[in-house]
Unconditional design. Structure first.
Length: 133
């Protein structure tokens, strides 16, 4: 008679359950699945600003580009965002806009990556006078 080794059988069952669970219930995006990037290009009247995410893993993330302008011309704020699927090495543009910037205009730019509503990563950039205030 041949009897299966109980330790080998338990290990095989554990492995099989882990495999089935991974196939049926894919894990949520782990922290660090995407990195936020802010691109700024000077233009004649101001700046072209875009935000994107670079995939460092696989999954779905929410990304948001927020820009606040302040200066003698008044204050203005804009935000663009969307949910994207990422994979390692992917690049997804989230938003793009052009801002006119006078000599005293200050821009505060933030690009955020969220997973299941939780902030995972943020890039910020500040341009203009009075940054040390």
């Amino acid at each position: 008679q041949h009897h299966a080794d109980p330790q080998l059988t338990a290990a095989a069952v554990t492995w099989l359950l882990a495999l089935v669970s991974a196939l049926l219930f894919p894990a949520a995006v782990s922290a660090g699945s995407a990195l936020p990037v802010i691109n700024v290009t000077p233009t004649e009247p101001g700046y072209e600003i875009s935000g994107e995410v670079l995939g460092t893993g696989e999954g779905e993330v929410e990304a948001r580009l927020t820009i606040r302008r302040s200066g003698s011309g008044g204050n203005m704020s804009t935000s663009q965002g969307r949910t994207v699927s990422v994979r390692s090495g992917s690049r997804e543009q989230i938003g793009r806009t052009t801002f006119n910037a006078g000599p005293d205009a200050r821009l505060d730019i933030a690009m955020q990556v969220l997973t299941e509503g939780q902030l995972e990563a943020e890039a910020t950039l500040r341009l203009g006078p009075g940054l040390d205030e």
